[in-house]
Design a protein around this ligand. Structure first.
Ligand SMILES: NC(=O)c1ccc[n+]([C@@H]2O[C@H](COP(=O)([O-])OP(=O)(O)OC[C@H]3O[C@@H](n4cnc5c(N)ncnc54)[C@H](O)[C@@H]3O)[C@@H](O)[C@H]2O)c1
Ligand SMILES: [Zn+2]
Length: 391
């Protein structure tokens, strides 16, 4: 991964007009750029001509995002000198499904989109995953460009090439790896994003700090009020650093055999909390709680430095996320859901554990790996003690 700051400063300061480019490596040695900055949407026509020339562009996004940003993006694509169609779908995770995939692909066929078409995924992670999967499968795969508009999409889902839909058996169970031609992340788009959605994105950014970069974690905590208020310069700096971290990890392990597992920190328990709550706890909230709990779990089994969970709790709180478990949540129910996690092997739940803030415990040697099996009884005790008396 190389990071090429443009005019202006590096990630942290993100001075006026700074543009950051992070390169993500994919199999075969090719790379794609993630371009991050403030007010940089007008680079779209040039980037399309250079990296994703097409006969026809199809913008796919949820209707709320299209309402805010669809017209401007459409105008910019027209500037690239090609025809453009806009296809919307209703906002919400419940529409990231096979029905919408079928409707969108049928619509593209009806429009006569050929193999020389290109999909522009405009929106949050739902739009990115759904539009990306449409592109991955349409005529066995046509190019996709990611234009993330939520903080979750900017710091997480637009980078790494995973696309897909939810099915009745679970989330993201049908999908494909389909890396984009490029990602254009304009932090100015965050202005229209609700504050609670900014918190959701901050949870993933905190995770990046927790696994790879303690100073970044501390900077996030200090910047949280500005980030929650939608400050686009602070946001651009954070997106640039988070993308660098995620890009570095996925470039070393494109398909999730090894190092990529560390991105799962906070997610084993996070997913179980989401499922046990009947998805009333949002993903970012569950990941915030999952990080605190997995840090405590690591402390209890003697892998994680004491005090890590307390520090993470303060960081999660600063992001505007809850740091207590709902009283009605049943610990046994949460533990039962650990077994159904995609990443559990042979029934024993496995966790990515920190050594301390900024460092994950584990290594590349065969047999070591990046996750630890922990007996469910220990997990249950940590959960119940946290529910009773907090950290
Ligand atoms: N592919 C991956 O690697 C990956 C990684 C993490 C998450 N995901 C997926 O991402 C999804 C969650 O992403 P999300 O939180 O962005 O959800 P989302 O796409 O539903 O966006 C959240 C809400 O914000 C609205 N929104 C987005 N951008 C906006 C803007 N600029 N202004 C106003 N409103 C805006 C959307 O309409 C939606 O209502 C999940 O489906 C998850 O599985 C994928
Ligand atoms: Zn996540």
């Amino acid at each position: 991964v190389s990071s090429v700051p443009g005019r202006g400063g590096a990630g942290g300061g993100a001075g006026e007009d700074s543009v950051h480019e992070v390169r993500v490596r994919i199999s075969g040695g090719a790379t794609y750029p993630v371009v991050v900055g403030v007010g940089i949407l007008d680079r779209l026509p040039g980037l399309l001509q250079e990296l994703a020339p097409a006969h026809r562009y199809v913008i796919i996004g949820d209707e709320r995002v299209l309402e805010h940003h669809g017209t401007e993006v459409r105008r910019l694509v027209l500037d690239a000198g090609s025809t453009v169609e806009v296809l919307g779908f209703p906002p919400g995770e419940e529409h990231k499904n096979r029905g919408e995939w079928a409707r969108l692909t049928d619509e593209m066929l009806r429009l006569g989109t050929g193999r020389d078409g290109c999909v522009l995924a405009l929106g949050g992670g739902v739009s990115g995953d759904l539009a990306g999967f449409v592109a991955a499968t349409y005529m066995r795969g046509i190019p996709v460009v990611q234009i993330p508009t939520s903080l979750v999409a900017m710091v997480d889902s637009s980078v790494g090439g995973k696309t897909g839909v939810d099915v009745p058996m679970g989330k993201n169970l049908v999908g494909a790896f389909h890396p984009p031609r490029f990602v254009l992340a304009d932090a100015e788009l965050i202005r229209t994003l609700p504050r609670s959605e900014r918190s959701q994105g901050l949870a993933e950014a905190l995770k990046h700090g927790a696994i790879r970069d303690r100073p970044y974690l501390e900077r996030l905590q200090a910047l949280a009020p500005r980030l929650l208020a939608g400050d686009e310069h602070a946001t651009a700096g954070v997106v640039a650093r988070s993308v660098e971290i995620k890009a570095d990890v996925v470039s070393r392990d494109e398909r999730e055999g090894g190092l990529r597992q560390i991105l799962n920190f906070g997610h084993t328990l996070g997913h179980a909390l989401e499922a046990a709550s009947g998805y009333r706890i949002s993903h970012g909230t569950a990941v915030g709680l999952g990080m605190i709990l997995e840090a405590r779990l690591g402390e209890v089994v003697g892998v994680t430095a004491p005090g890590t969970a307390t520090h993470l709790e303060a960081a999660v709180r600063s992001a505007g996320l809850r740091v207590t478990l709902p009283a009605e949540l049943d610990g046994g129910e949460v533990v039962a859901h650990l077994g159904s996690d995609k990443k559990a092997r042979a029934g024993q739940p496995r966790f990515v554990l920190l050594e301390g803030l900024g460092t994950v415990h584990g290594d590349e040697r065969p047999g070591m790996g990046w996750s630890h099996a922990v007996p469910v009884e220990e997990v249950r005790q940590v959960l119940e003690s946290f529910q009773r008396e907090g950290i």
